[in-house]
Write a protein that binds this ligand. Structure first.
Ligand code: SME
Length: 149
């Protein structure tokens, strides 16, 4: 199955899981589980903007760092620059925060409120190098537009 078809199915599943649920934590929890299970990543989860930090939210995978300051690591960079960050090799990303020594590539997608402020990020790690490309970014951004934090 092509990546786009897998993501199209995933997007429909995400819609059906969150459309009748207004609890944000419940929605984030199921979206993390859906992405993780369907696409087989190493770590999939959310960080929420709380004050000057990102704080760990619902996730699937190994334990992770709980707080990330703005501008730090891949997540803090995505928040600071309000853009999706694709990292083909995390060991070459200056300031990368290694929550798992088995993670080798990563994508972080910002989540916005109605005013365009970043309210959190979706972070996905892979054990393979160079896992994520513009197709992942495009579809994960579509999913993140459905998420409210
Ligand atoms: N690697 C991330 C930290 C979060 S973990 O990957 C779950 C970063 O550099 O921001």
């Amino acid at each position: 199955m092509s990546k786009s078809i897998a993501y199209e199915e995933l997007l429909n599943e995400v819609k059906s899981f969150i459309q009748d649920e207004n609890d944000k934590i419940a929605c984030m929890a199921n979206v993390a589980a859906l992405i993780h299970e369907r696409l087989g990543f190493w770590w999939t989860g959310f960080y929420r903007v709380i004050g000057e930090e990102l704080v760990l939210g619902p996730f699937q995978g190994p334990v992770a760092c709980t707080r990330i300051r703005k501008g730090r690591g891949v997540c803090g960079t995505s928040w600071n620059e309000a853009r999706t960050v694709i990292v083909p090799n995390v060991h070459e990303f200056p300031g990368h925060i290694a929550c798992s020594s088995l993670s080798n590539s990563e994508i972080v997608v910002p989540i916005f409120d109605e005013c365009g402020n970043v309210t959190g990020v979706l972070d996905i790690d892979s054990r393979d190098f160079d896992t994520f490309d513009e197709t992942d970014a495009e579809w994960l951004e579509k999913i993140c537009r459905l998420i409210r934090i």
